[in-house]
Design a protein around this ligand. Structure first.
Ligand code: IDP
Ligand code: MG
Length: 194
């Protein structure tokens, strides 16, 4: 083995012929065509997903994370917290006049929740499809609400319903320093075309 390896290594040190692209000094990806070096052409869409207090109590955090990871989305932020009423009031500001609003705020602040930011191609629309209908009774089997909940007032999970809403909610729940941008280390994404 050593006899096969060392002569070629020494040739490299002496400035002899080298195999193109094999130098350890070549940065990964630098041999790629310009279009592939730039990174993904799709917009880095992000959404807020939260496992609500009932989901945490029922130990469903892992199931939720697994579904989003398996779908191919990227986790860029996550924290557990007992939500302050002030944040919940801002989060659900459009529902303030609904009869169920006081009970909703009580329930959402009743115990810890896990807030996450997921990133990926069309993640806002896809995550709404993954969580299912607001009313658990209407939620299709296979969706998170359809698989894990029976009542609209204990529907396990939140996901932003529009790109604009997602931006607002992410800023409400996370400091920008709490979000981590990272990309596939593979030169060719196995999730979607670059
Ligand atoms: P969404 O969570 O699917 O986006 P929204 O209409 O934004 O649904 O409502 C926010 C949350 O308020 C729901 O997830 C649910 O927890 C609660 N909610 C909505 N409608 C009702 C209701 O009629 N009774 C009790 N709780 C409700
Ligand atoms: Mg909503």
């Amino acid at each position: 083995m050593g006899g096969l390896f060392w002569p070629s290594a020494l040739r490299g040190l002496r400035g002899g012929p080298r195999v193109p692209g094999r130098s350890p000094l070549v940065r990964p990806g630098s041999g790629l065509p310009p279009a592939l070096k730039r990174g993904p052409s799709w917009t880095r869409e992000r959404t807020l997903v939260a496992v609500k207090p009932d989901g945490v109590q029922r130990r469903l955090v892992g199931d939720v994370i697994r579904r989003f990871e398996r779908r191919g989305f990227t986790l860029v932020g996550m924290k557990m917290l007992q939500a302050p009423e002030s944040i919940l009031a801002e989060h659900y500001r459009d529902l303030q006049r609904k009869p169920f609003y006081p009970a909703l705020i009580r329930y959402m602040s009743s115990g810890p929740m896990v807030a996450m930011v997921w990133e990926g191609y069309n993640v806002v629309r896809a995550s709404r499809a993954m969580i299912g209908h607001t009313d658990s009774a209407e939620a299709a089997p296979g969706t998170i609400r359809g698989d894990f909940s029976v009542h609209i007032s204990r529907n396990v999970i939140h996901a932003s319903d529009s790109v604009e809403g997602a931006q607002r909610e992410i800023q409400l729940w996370f400091q920008s320093s709490e979000l981590v941008s990272w990309a596939d280390t593979a030169q060719h994404s196995s999730i979607h075309p670059a």
